[in-house]
Design a protein around this ligand. Structure first.
Ligand SMILES: [Zn+2]
Ligand SMILES: [Zn+2]
Length: 308
């Protein structure tokens, strides 16, 4: 799924491609949305508001922001219909699983509404097609996955990290379609356990990799799961992809306002971006921050090119 050498992974690669000509200056950030942090699904309208503001402030990011808003709106339409999953495991059982290093979320616990998942796959594909992120043949293949009786098996394969059919963007489309259901189950699990002692590289909930991070007001680092958006504490220096913690082989850069940082690992050639809560005027908005930091992705790629 994720190739170590791919400096832009998955969806970031697509939104990046949609926004060709991203400004090279990193001094343009002006996070203007303020207020108390929201959580889970209720956060989406704030992401949309911030994406609209971002598109006005930085017109070169407008195409990527419009794509992202289209995807968020597709997800929001099914969120009102989510049911609450029933988790049998007690708090003690969950805590001991975490203590043993086992992520909590199992595919069979997730309360998928298959008709809505199929609808989401179709709508997400249509949004990608409208923004030219996939061609007509690929869109047809993606629609086919959504219609297939095999969809539950395909989604299980995706969740468990198996090899998916070779269709461009399938991983990303399934991520978007499954996320509301993953997040709802994670919300239920999170009411029963603390993730404070989990300091591993994979998500304590769904076992995926982090794809963003937050530096808290006290200077600690939290990783943010790329799949379910759960957050957990992690070593402030070490690379969350390969574990390298030798400062000499880890480069750090920041935007001029200090709101965003990026840490590049020279051992595995991957990097992770961060929102620095000590300098930002608002909490993390995962969907908006993915777009707001595209210029930082561009800067990282230039730096890696220069060093070659
Ligand atoms: Zn996760
Ligand atoms: Zn690394």
């Amino acid at each position: 799924m994720r190739r170590p050498a791919a400096f832009l992974d998955g969806f970031a690669r697509v939104v990046f491609a949609v926004s060709r000509g991203i400004a090279s200056s990193l001094s343009l950030y002006d996070p203007s949305v303020t207020g108390p942090p929201a959580s889970g699904s209720r956060q989406l309208p704030r992401d949309i508001a911030e994406l609209k503001a971002l598109a006005e402030r930085q017109p070169e990011l407008a195409p990527a922001a419009a794509l992202q808003i289209g995807l968020i709106e597709a997800v929001r339409r099914v969120q009102g219909r989510l049911s609450t999953p029933w988790i049998e495991a007690t708090a003690d059982v969950l805590a001991s699983r975490l203590a043993g290093g086992t992520p909590l979320l199992e595919f069979d616990q997730i309360a998928f509404e298959w008709n809505d998942v199929r609808l989401l796959i179709r709508q997400i594909t249509d949004v990608l097609r409208r923004h030219d992120a996939v061609d007509a043949d690929t869109a047809g293949a993606l629609h086919g996955v959504g219609r297939s009786p095999q969809l539950p098996a395909t989604l299980r394969l995706w969740f468990e990290g198996g090899t998916l059919p070779p269709i461009d963007m399938l991983d990303e489309v399934l991520s978007w379609a499954a996320r509301p259901y993953l997040q709802r189950t994670v919300e239920v699990l999170q009411q029963r356990v603390s993730l404070d002692t989990w300091r591993r590289r994979q998500c304590p909930m769904c076992a995926a990799e982090p794809d963003f991070s937050v530096i808290t007001s006290s200077g600690e680092r939290q990783l943010v799961c790329g799949r379910c958006h759960a957050r957990w504490p992690f070593d402030p220096i070490a690379c969350p992809y390969c574990g390298n913690d030798d400062r000499k082989t880890i480069t750090s850069m920041a935007t001029s306002d200090g709101a965003y940082r990026v840490m590049i690992c020279q051992v595995c050639s991957r990097y992770i971006k961060a929102l620095d809560a000590r300098r930002s005027t608002r909490p993390l908005l995962p969907y908006a921050d993915a777009i707001a930091t595209l210029p930082l992705d561009a800067a990282v790629m230039r730096k890696i090119d220069q060093e070659k």
